[in-house]
Design a protein around this ligand. Structure first.
Ligand code: NAD
Length: 482
């Protein structure tokens, strides 16, 4: 990362705002607040609710659901509890609590805007020229001028030919958040992040879930060992996973949906279910923005940017799902901060190698940096340290023995290249690993930093120790200590 002293952007003549941000998702609202903290005069334009997909229809509502459903699932599974036949979950209350969480958080952003002096208008924004945004509001157009503009318009659920999302039985990840009756069966098209999180949720609620994924594996962006581990766990928990199987159509019949698939062998088959969730990726929101009016360069459907988040148009930046680098809320926020720092003349480039991923299955997955195959394929001399949750006192006490921590580090100097976790609380645990990598700590440093006992964070220390072949709480390995 390169830095230079911070400054103030030069406000163009006739521009009342230093920065206008289109879109108030985790990319846009974080950028706006950071810019205001740094002394810029900021305007945000948002057509919907503050918080974007993450807060209103993504990360936060799904986590509210998953955290409410997890104790229900654990109790149903454990032999410890009696009277389980009477246990049921109030779907109405589940949805109501989710809505309350979303509402509280959305109001929180409005408060943060006002506390930081960020102004915002509700309306649909589009470029009139590279310094002027037209905002359609209640059928009328208002124009706003700003010296710099950040496009943070996000994405929407994508679809595939032959399938029409009707909001009834065929749903996207938006509509499924308001399902108030537990479906008997559900086909999930796409074994990516969204597909797996909803598969976890509905399986825990008692739905018979089938995931149909056209690639050879689910969650193909993660480390192979993690994918295999998760696949085994999900199948054991009762989820049917059809990989190498492409959905080619879906049609509603007698209150159910018939999903047509093409199998690995080339043969065709049908799966009938009460509900179908389409989770096949996301399409960036670029239409209607007037990008052609200012000749913004595109990269396929995404806006092209450099590592400073600058588009080809002077003073116009883009961040988040609309640039399609890493479609994650925290990546969008990080990109937003980079854009603002460059506008405020504090030169900064994004470092995608240190942006973690987190998937909220039971158990969770989290990772940062290189996968083992990636590291080996790029010719790096690496060594892998691992620690199974099974050997962790805390994991056993929590009755969460599934999973492992895997650390990939360069053989000679112990530079940490990647960390992959499959296991309880993986998404929280990865934070410490990101910090270690950001501070360029070696795997030895990671192994010597004392962790509280008993905690799951010890699994990271033990995996780092295992890299040195000095793990205390697992059987010794044959290859010698580092
Ligand atoms: P994705 O790209 O992660 O997965 C979509 C999957 O659908 C792919 O594996 C693809 O091969 C498969 N697919 C596409 N067409 C198909 C067909 N015809 N038949 C069968 N399978 C098909 O997309 P997603 O799961 O929709 O998630 C969208 C974005 O949202 C992702 O970028 C994701 O990272 C982000 N997201 C992140 C989180 C999180 O970080 N926890 C949670 C939800 C969403």
């Amino acid at each position: 990362m390169t830095t230079s002293p911070p400054g103030k952007p030069t406000r163009s003549k006739g521009s009342p705002y230093d920065i206008a941000v289109i879109g108030a998702g985790p990319g846009g609202y974080v950028a706006a607040i950071r810019a205001a903290q740094m002394g810029a005069k900021v305007l945000v334009i948002e057509k919907g609710e503050l918080g974007g997909t993450c807060l209103n229809r993504g990360c936060i509502p799904t986590k509210a659901f998953l955290s409410d459903v997890k104790p229900f699932y654990k109790i149903k599974k454990a032999s410890l509890y009696r009277g389980k036949e009477h246990l049921s979950l109030d779907m109405e209350k589940l949805v109501t609590r989710k809505n309350e969480v979303v509402e509280t958080m959305t109001k929180g952003i409005a408060t943060l805007f006002s506390d930081n002096g960020v102004q915002w208008v509700r309306g649909i924004g589009s470029f009139m020229d590279s310094k002027t945004i037209g905002v359609i509001r209640d059928g009328k157009r208002e124009t706003y001028r700003a010296s710099n503009i950040i496009i943070a318009t996000g994405s929407r659920a994508a679809n595939i030919p032959g399938v029409s999302i009707d909001g009834g039985n065929v749903l996207s990840s938006d509509e499924i958040l308001n399902v108030r009756k537990i479906p008997r069966e559900m086909v999930i098209i796409g074994g990516g992040v969204i597909g797996l999180e909803f598969a976890t949720l509905f399986n825990a609620l008692g739905t018979q879930v089938t995931i149909v994924e056209m690639l050879p594996t689910i969650l193909s962006t993660e480390d192979d060992e993690v994918i295999r581990g998760l696949h085994t766990i999900l199948e054991r928990e009762g989820i049917t996973i059809l990989t190498g199987t492409r959905v080619i159509g879906a049609s509603s019949k007698g209150g159910k949906v018939e999903v047509q698939v093409q199998e690995k062998s080339g043969g065709k088959a049908r799966i009938v279910a009460e509900k179908v969730l389409v989770a096949v990726g996301r399409t960036p929101h670029t239409e209607g923005l007037g990008l052609e009016r200012i000749s913004v360069k595109m990269e396929g459907p995404f806006i092209a940017v450099n590592p400073r988040m600058q588009t080809n148009v002077d003073g116009v930046y883009a961040i988040g799902d609309v640039i399609g680098k890493i479609m994650l809320a925290h990546a969008a926020s990080a990109e937003g901060v980079v854009a603002v720092k460059n506008i405020m003349e504090e030169s900064r480039e994004i470092d995608y190698g240190k942006i973690p991923t987190a998937v909220y299955t039971f158990p969770e997955i989290a990772s940062v940096g290189l996968k083992e195959k990636e590291a080996r394929d790029s010719g790096l001399d690496i060594r892998v340290g691992k620690f199974p949750y099974l050997y962790s006192g805390k994991a056993m006490a929590m009755d969460e023995p599934e999973g492992f921590v895997k650390i990939i580090a360069e053989r000679e100097l112990g530079e940490i290249l990647g960390v992959h976790i499959l296991g309880e609380n993986a998404a929280d645990l990865i934070g410490g690993c990101v910090l270690a990598m950001s501070l360029e700590a070696s795997v030895e440093d990671l192994s010597e930093a004392v962790k509280a006992h008993p905690t799951l964070s010890e699994t990271i220390m033990e995996a780092a120790l295992d890299w040195r072949r000095m793990s205390i709480h697992q059987p010794p390995k044959k290859d010698p200590p580092q």
